[in-house]
Design a protein around this ligand. Structure first.
Ligand SMILES: [Zn+2]
Length: 231
């Protein structure tokens, strides 16, 4: 199954590559100068969200096996259904695959990427990036550190990013996970993600702009309908 998802920043979000000395709301990378949210970042927050919503869906997670998160510690895959779907971190053979999130100017542009399966060369357009002067706080004293003014970059609220989530039925079957269960888990995790932090402090809301191969059970249909009508 394939989901085209459009993410929208809900507030001013500072961005960083993860190497800076300040804490960015959202880690980004630049591919030939173009801002991209790494798929690994997106997959990581989606996984945390899946852990959180799994008990509501009666889907077992790591803690039901008395294990720490994540329970996937060997190459043979995880123990709980969440880890079986999301796989090992840094491993790209899991049933669930997530692309990088690309900046788009409009929902129409996102729909074009959906139709073309993202096989469109990365453009050279970037979102409007605001420069902010911030104050570095000394962690130990909670006061501003000496020489503490520094600049950081931020994305304005309403900035749009498009990416895709793909679930392989064959790999789910191999991992012994029910397709309907996996679909409900991913849709519910995506729906709950609006309340989940992307990176350290930022919030993004997601809607579905394209879908194919989603199971027809009532819960999946209800979740998908809600995600399509997000805004
Ligand atoms: Zn697990």
């Amino acid at each position: 199954m394939r989901l085209g998802v459009l993410g929208k920043t809900d507030k001013l979000m500072t961005v960083g590559s993860g190497r800076e000395s300040f804490t960015a709301d959202i880690p980004i990378m630049k591919i030939r100068g173009v801002v991209v949210i790494p798929g690994s970042t997106f997959k990581g927050v989606l996984r945390r969200s899946a852990m959180k919503v799994s008990p509501l869906l009666n889907i077992k997670n790591c803690f039901d096996f008395g294990l720490t998160f994540p329970c996937a510690t060997t190459r043979s895959g995880g123990v709980c259904p969440v880890c079986k779907v999301f796989g090992l971190s840094g491993e790209d053979t899991s049933p669930l695959q997530v692309t990088d999130l690309r900046y788009v100017k409009s929902e129409e542009e996102a729909l074009r990427l959906w139709r073309e399966r993202m096989l469109v060369p990365l453009g050279d357009e970037n979102p409007t990036i605001t420069r902010l002067v911030r104050i570095r706080i000394d962690d130990s004293t909670q006061t501003s550190a000496e020489g503490a003014l520094f600049e950081s970059e931020a994305l304005p609220p309403g900035t749009l990013f498009y990416g895709e989530i793909r679930l392989s039925r064959a790999l789910l079957k191999k991992a012994g996970v029910d397709v309907n269960e996996a679909s409900r888990l991913v849709l519910a995790a995506l729906a709950d993600l609006s309340y989940e932090r992307i990176g350290r402090g930022g919030l993004m809301t997601f809607k579905v702009v394209g879908s194919e191969g989603i199971p027809e059970d009532e819960e999946s249909k209800m979740l998908l309908d809600m995600l399509v009508k997000r805004w």
